[in-house]
Design a protein around this ligand. Structure first.
Ligand SMILES: Cc1ncc(COP(=O)(O)O)c(C=O)c1O
Length: 408
């Protein structure tokens, strides 16, 4: 095996992976056309067109576009009837918004550890976390890989608790052939820059429940109702609407994301087949009901025991030097300072001690094992994908055979 780049050898690649987001001529035309021909904000046809198309794409009756995934989460929680002091079950291995939106809705995030095989909330642990205050269970389809929806939906049904899917990373993902988002009362998406569909910022809520949809509409639109007057305000909502330029950028992406998915599927299969052969690297699993993944992040696990105890951080450094940017991703959310709140501001949190929480699987995966590749790494050609494999092979075999070369 040739010398590693961190030891002065030639890197596997120096070329960047495909650019993301992509400023295509289609997107430019869509923005200009809206700018010149349509309303720019509330009431614009460009917005309702996107909402209709996205609902259809996600096998849902209704869609409301929002200014971000975070505002979509807040609106959905409020519309599900979450009140001050209610509890919402979430995983701790996700983007902060999953839990911070719960706090912003004056509720309490109750963390449930994840399943090491999928990085998703562990369905076996959910029921133990349910109390009389539990109002919502919010699984996250992390990395675009669906959570175990059948188990979660049946727990929700048994305990009469609503399910809201955080599908921020899961555009196009499917559970038993039906797109994610509207399996429970509703679900949310993000169109922030890094996402597989991007308008720079933006979000959406999808649902099959008309009442929930109507209340979401009100919360995201200053408390207005569909039939009410412009200056009539029923709920304490806000302006959480998506603007028309962003909506028009998203319409063509409903088609292109499906082409991208074919490429992501192909490159992911090639990576899984090759990396799955490396002892000490585990490819990410999926539940039986998963018929399609969105492949937003390519996740694997690194087990230092198979590499002479050499740390994951050293593995990242070596991979980065080879031109393949692997990195760590999330830390367990309950460690974040924002959970140490002022008792005057959030009195309902006074009995919850986030600081002393310990979730063994989340901590092992976040602190020691998780290896992330950004989604644009799955949008390359065969040679790009082969470079990722070659870099994994080169680094892991050197770690296995020549540990003396590595000093942390
Ligand atoms: C799982 C998850 N939930 C929620 C969000 C929030 O979305 P946004 O950044 O659009 O507010 C994100 C994305 O950033 C996310 O990855």
């Amino acid at each position: 095996m040739s010398k590693l780049a961190i030891h002065g050898g030639d890197p596997v690649r120096t070329k960047p992976f495909p650019e993301w987001p992509r400023p295509t001529s289609e997107l430019k035309d869509a923005i200009i056309s809206t700018l010149e021909n349509e309303g720019w904000g509330v009431g614009s046809k460009a917005i309702s067109r996107f909402e209709e198309r996205f609902a259809d794409f996600h096998d849902a009756k209704y869609c409301i576009s929002t200014s971000s995934g975070t505002t979509a989460l807040w609106v959905a929680l409020k519309a599900a009837g979450v009140k001050a002091g209610d509890e919402v079950i979430v995983p701790p291995y996700t983007f902060i918004a999953t839990a911070s939106a719960v706090l912003m809705a004056n509720a309490v995030p109750i963390f449930v550890d994840i399943d090491e095989n999928t990085f998703n909330i562990d369905p076996d642990l959910i029921e133990d976390a349910i109390t009389e205050k539990t109002k919502v269970i919010m699984p996250v389809h992390i990395a675009g890989n669906p959570a175990d929806m059948d188990r979660i939906l049946s727990i929700g049904k048994k305990h009469n608790i609503s399910i809201i899917e955080d599908a921020a990373q899961a555009h196009g993902a499917e559970w038993y052939g039906t797109k994610v988002g509207a399996h429970g009362i509703g679900g949310i998406f993000s169109f922030q820059t890094s996402k597989n569909m991007s308008a720079g910022e933006g979000g959406a809520i999808v649902s099959n429940d008309e009442t929930f949809y109507d209340i979401c509409f009100s919360y995201h639109n200053c408390g207005r109702t569909k039939e009410g007057a412009f200056y009539e305000h029923q709920f304490l909502g806000g302006n959480f609407r998506l603007n028309a330029m962003a909506s028009s950028m998203l319409i063509p992406q409903i088609d292109t994301v499906q082409d991208d998915m074919i490429l992501r599927d192909k490159n992911r299969s090639k990576l899984d087949a090759a990396l799955g052969q490396i002892e000490g690297i585990s490819i990410n699993g999926a539940y039986d009901g998963t018929t399609r993944q969105a492949n937003h992040i390519y996740l694997t696990r690194y087990n230092a025991d198979h590499f002479n105890g050499i740390s994951r951080e050293m593995f990242y450094k070596a991979m980065q030097a080879e031109g393949v940017y692997t990195y760590m991703g999330y830390t367990p959310l309950y460690r974040e300072k924002l959970f140490v709140t002022d008792g005057k501001e959030y009195p309902w949190l006074k009995d919850y001690d986030f600081g002393s929480m310990k979730m063994p699987v989340t901590e092992r995966l976040a602190d020691k094992e998780a290896v992330w590749l950004k989604q644009n790494h799955l949008l390359g050609n065969e040679k790009d994908t082969q470079d990722i494999i070659d870099a994994f092979d080169k680094v892991t075999s050197t770690m296995r055979n020549n540990p003396e070369l590595f000093k942390d």
